[in-house]
Design a protein around this ligand. Structure first.
Ligand code: SF4
Ligand code: SF4
Length: 152
């Protein structure tokens, strides 16, 4: 039954560490990271300043942003990872997303999310497809790795 493998985002704990020291400063959940956050990053061409050197082209981890001297920025949205790093790096605010923030006990302000390591857009699509396949018996969850024993 799918209930045996159900684990919600709020049940997945995450440690928050100080980026300078890597010392943990608090605990949140995966659900906190995505709470009220937008999933997708968008590009608004009208905001592009056509900078001499495009920071986004330089920093995009999956190289989906290229600058053509004649036509300007070319953004391959289908292959964008929605990591969000371009949002803080784009000088003109052409790349936009509400990346959300997290709150930690003892810290007096929300901590903004500036880089995500998960592609929520594609993860949700994949999860929906997989769930349907499991329900229809097309995907056998024990087949690839043998019998899985779930803790009670
Ligand atoms: S950094 Fe932003 S505003 Fe500047 S060229 Fe790149 S996309 Fe356009
Ligand atoms: S969200 Fe990440 S992957 Fe997508 S364009 Fe921005 S930097 Fe590149």
């Amino acid at each position: 039954m799918l209930t045996h493998i159900l684990k919600t985002d709020s049940q997945i704990p995450l440690k928050v560490v100080d980026i300078r020291t890597r010392i943990p400063i608090g605990e949140i959940t995966y659900g906190d990271v995505w709470k009220n956050a937008g999933h997708a990053v968008t590009f608004t061409r009208a905001n592009c300043l056509k900078c001499d050197a495009c920071r986004v082209e330089d920093i995009c981890p999956v190289n989906v942003v290229h600058v053509d001297p004649d036509t300007g920025v070319d953004f391959d949205q289908d292959n964008c990872f929605h990591c969000g790093i371009c949002v803080s790096q784009c000088k003109g605010g052409a790349f936009l997303a509400d990346l959300g923030s997290v709150e930690i006990a003892g810290v007096n302000h929300p901590i903004p999310v500036t880089l995500r390591q998960s592609n929520r857009v594609k993860a949700l699509k994949a999860a929906t497809v997989l769930k349907d396949q499991i329900k229809q018996g097309i995907f056998k969850i024990t087949a690839p790795v043998g019998k899985i024993n779930f803790p009670e």
